[in-house]
Design a protein around this ligand. Structure first.
Ligand code: SF4
Length: 344
């Protein structure tokens, strides 16, 4: 196998499993990584156009995460970095949706932890948002979703539901998500797919998995007829968690993985995750076409010091709305793509 030949073929057709693994191994210097990223950008432009979609992550009435023990990379496993310190009221959810619509978004996502309520918060939030806006709604509550609520969400017009496997290496999954079950996640993802709703699913990297695991995961996702989005979560250490001292996934490793996903899944949405939004332009060069913007709505007591800053407005007593959309639009336009807020 030759690196250049595979990339030339990849412009015209999906790559094979063997080729994907070869590219992971061989793209090991800046020249080869640039060539790989360039091919992924070409495939994105040809299949989806030079368009980059933006959606806003808004407030949710999600009751937090009750997974026990919590995942060891997550803020939930740290005394100082817990994510869920407040539960938004229906009024706060509605206000955040209205704010998102006012600044131009047509699509929003509600999400949260595995509260154990099987997605009932998603149903309530969607009803709330629909009663005050014309927004498209996407939801992501991990594995916490029942078939009944998937059907309710489908009836409400929800276009896609998230269920991330993170890794399909059983051993690594058990280590980083000791309170979760990979089989359960796979079966929720199957249920979403079988109900004819779009599936959004994530691959986490630099958590102890191998390149072979990543390749197996990328191709495992081909089993879902309604796969709509894949997002790459480059591990980043959160203070106070058991993984606080592990080095973060590097920007090259995240970009390489995104590019190889794009050479396989050629016409679906591809996003990044786990913060790291300062790398957005590199992700775009690696074939990404989508960003779900977190940090527009945040609890007042949790405003992260390394996130982007914009004009601030209070939502109720506990939250703030921060208009950081112009920062994203500027980053996208600098790459030559057009920012698209249409939500589709
Ligand atoms: S299920 Fe999600 S929110 Fe809950 S501990 Fe794991 S990563 Fe954190």
């Amino acid at each position: 196998m030759e690196f250049d030949e595979i990339l030339a073929d990849a412009r015209e057709r999906e790559i094979t499993k063997e080729e994907a693994l070869f590219l992971f191994d061989e793209a090991n210097d800046r020249v080869k990584i640039s060539q790989l990223l360039d091919t992924a950008s070409y495939v994105r432009d040809e299949n989806l156009g030079k368009i980059f979609k933006l959606k806003a992550f808004i407030l949710s009435s999600n009751q937090g995460c009750n997974i026990d023990p919590p995942c060891i990379y997550c803020g939930q496993s740290s005394d100082k970095s817990k994510f869920f310190t407040k539960i938004a009221t229906a009024e706060e959810v509605a206000e955040s949706a209205k704010n998102a619509e006012e600044i131009g978004f047509k699509g929003v996502q509600c999400g949260g932890g595995c509260s154990g309520n099987k997605g009932s918060e998603a149903v309530e939030d969607t009803r709330t948002i629909r009663s005050v806006t014309g927004l498209d709604v996407f939801v992501n509550y991990g594995a916490d979703m029942s078939g009944e609520n998937i059907l309710k969400l489908k009836e409400l017009g929800v276009d896609s539901i998230g269920c991330s496997l993170e890794t399909i290496n059983e051993e690594v999954f058990k280590k980083i998500k000791p309170g979760g079950s990979l089989d359960e996640r796979k079966s929720v993802a199957r249920m979403i797919d079988e109900h004819g709703v779009g599936l959004a699913s994530g691959i986490m990297i630099n958590i102890g998995e191998s390149y072979q695991d990543r390749v197996d995961h990328i191709f495992y996702l081909k089993n879902f007829a309604n796969l709509k989005m894949v997002y790459i979560s480059g591990f980043f250490p959160i203070p106070g968690t058991p993984m606080a001292n592990r080095p973060p996934a590097t920007s090259f490793d995240i970009a390489k993985t995104m590019a190889i996903v794009r050479l396989v899944h050629r016409d679906i949405d591809l996003d990044g995750s786990f913060g790291r939004d300062d790398q957005l332009q590199l992700w775009i060069m690696a074939g990404a076409n989508h960003r779900l913007i977190h940090g527009i709505f945040e609890p007042k007591n949790k405003m992260s010091p390394h996130k982007f800053r914009g004009e601030i407005q209070d939502i109720g007593e506990n939250y703030v709305f921060m208009n950081i959309l112009p920062i994203y639009v500027n980053m996208i336009e600098e790459t030559g793509l057009k920012a698209d807020l249409s939500g589709a």
